[in-house]
Write a protein that binds this ligand. Structure first.
Ligand SMILES: NC(=O)c1ccc[n+]([C@@H]2O[C@H](COP(=O)([O-])OP(=O)(O)OC[C@H]3O[C@@H](n4cnc5c(N)ncnc54)[C@H](O)[C@@H]3O)[C@@H](O)[C@H]2O)c1
Ligand SMILES: [Zn+2]
Length: 356
């Protein structure tokens, strides 16, 4: 089957190319202005980087490969600084391109380095985890972590193109894959219920790489995010709905010292948001219950007993996306009808948490 091209609109539209074995699409995404491309990839992903390097070499580019530490360790000022020095050595000019190949950590880092080098060179992202394919690589948010918190330093710098080769997912540990599926399910609840139907038909197939509906699920989740970020690159309004399940989710991640995968925390956050929506009289019982059924069916957690509510509640108020001390929760007014619940009553929040 040929590759699917999903256009992300905005000031500088770009394409997300989705398919299997599509490294050959990379030169077209890089374009003919560039002479040198710097291929930043996570250590350990050499076998995924090889087809990319070969396709770029065949395309006539000079390819400079720069491995970075795997996982969150990549999103560090020391790593960014070392890359800047390498870009100087490679004499990377304004017309050259930086490619970030790996999970969301590497695409965030590569995007950030591209945003800052010479005040901005083009980035092409090659996400290799489900989370990075449906979320991190799309939308133009880039960044690194500092001791005071995750993603506190960064820039909006939409990529020039995204290559999502689903073959890469084959080597992903199951837990990582299922974690990414939480964002796909989120897309189903906030915007595209067909996603939920596909997963409910075959939850086991959706819980591991290579399932029969994988490509359609991925493409639907990408289209959802593409539509939202095209309308709202800088988080003025619409983009807020992508935060569904993330207010409590981020608080749980912090409470657990980031020892649980992002998607698992978001699954718990969506369980909470569904309970809040129902208790506030905004979400019907059946749609609220559907959260637990579908999240549980793919192996995501639906119950959380370890956290202390007062601590999590405090952490929710310092979420960088809340304005001041006020809590703005994304809730559903029904399937695919996200809305905001501002300043919800404290007893309602506590009761919703007790249900999770
Ligand atoms: N910019 C955004 O809008 C956005 C959105 C969501 C998440 N993020 C960021 O994404 C990051 C999380 O991304 P992630 O979940 O992809 O984790 P990750 O990037 O930390 O990758 C997890 C691990 O899997 C490895 N890996 C990657 N692809 C693999 C493959 N195909 N096979 C085997 N192993 C592979 C990585 O090297 C790493 O060790 C966080 O830093 C988060 O802040 C950014
Ligand atoms: Zn998320």
């Amino acid at each position: 089957m040929s590759a699917t091209r999903i256009r992300v609109g905005g000031e500088r539209p770009y394409e997300v190319v989705v398919g299997h074995g599509i490294a050959g699409e990379l030169p077209a995404l890089v374009g003919d202005q560039a002479r040198t491309v710097v291929l930043v990839h996570a250590e350990g992903l050499e076998s995924l980087a090889r087809p990319a390097r070969e396709a770029l070499g065949a395309g006539g580019y000079t390819v400079r490969t720069e491995p970075v530490p795997p996982g969150e360790a990549a999103k560090d000022i020391g790593v960014a600084s070392a890359l800047w020095s390498r870009l100087a050595v490679h004499r990377i000019s304004r017309s050259d391109v930086i490619i970030g190949l790996g999970g969301g950590a590497v695409t965030d880092l590569a995007g950030f380095v591209a945003a800052t080098w010479l005040r901005g060179v083009r980035a092409v992202l090659v996400p290799t985890t489900l989370l990075a394919i449906v979320d991190a690589a799309i939308g133009g948010k880039t960044g690194i972590n500092i001791a005071a918190g995750k993603n506190l330093v960064g820039a909006f710098h939409p990529p020039a193109g995204v290559l999502a080769d689903l073959d890469a997912l084959g080597s992903l540990p199951r837990r990582e894959y299922v974690s990414g599926m939480a964002e796909v399910i989120k897309a189903g609840f906030i915007a595209d219920p067909a996603i939920l139907g596909l997963i409910e038909q075959d939850p086991a197939g959706a819980a591991a790489p290579g399932g029969p509906h994988e490509r359609e699920l991925v493409e639907r989740a990408i289209r959802m995010k593409a539509a939202v970020v095209a309308a709202d690159l800088r988080e003025a309004g619409q983009r807020e709905m992508l935060n569904y399940g993330h207010t409590l989710g981020h608080a749980i991640e912090r409470a657990e010292d980031y020892a649980i995968p992002h998607g698992e925390a978001v699954a718990l956050g969506m369980m909470f948001a569904a309970a809040v929506g129902r208790l506030a009289g905004r979400l019907d019982q059946a749609t609220a219950e559907r959260h637990g059924e579908i999240l549980g069916a793919v192996g995501l957690p639906v119950s959380y007993r370890s956290g202390s509510w007062p601590d999590l509640r405090d952490a929710m108020s310092v979420d960088k996306k809340t304005r001041g001390r006020h809590l703005r929760l994304v809730v559903l007014d029904g399937l695919a009808r996200p809305g905001i619940l501002a300043d919800p009553p404290e007893d309602l929040l506590a009761q919703a948490f007790a249900e999770v």
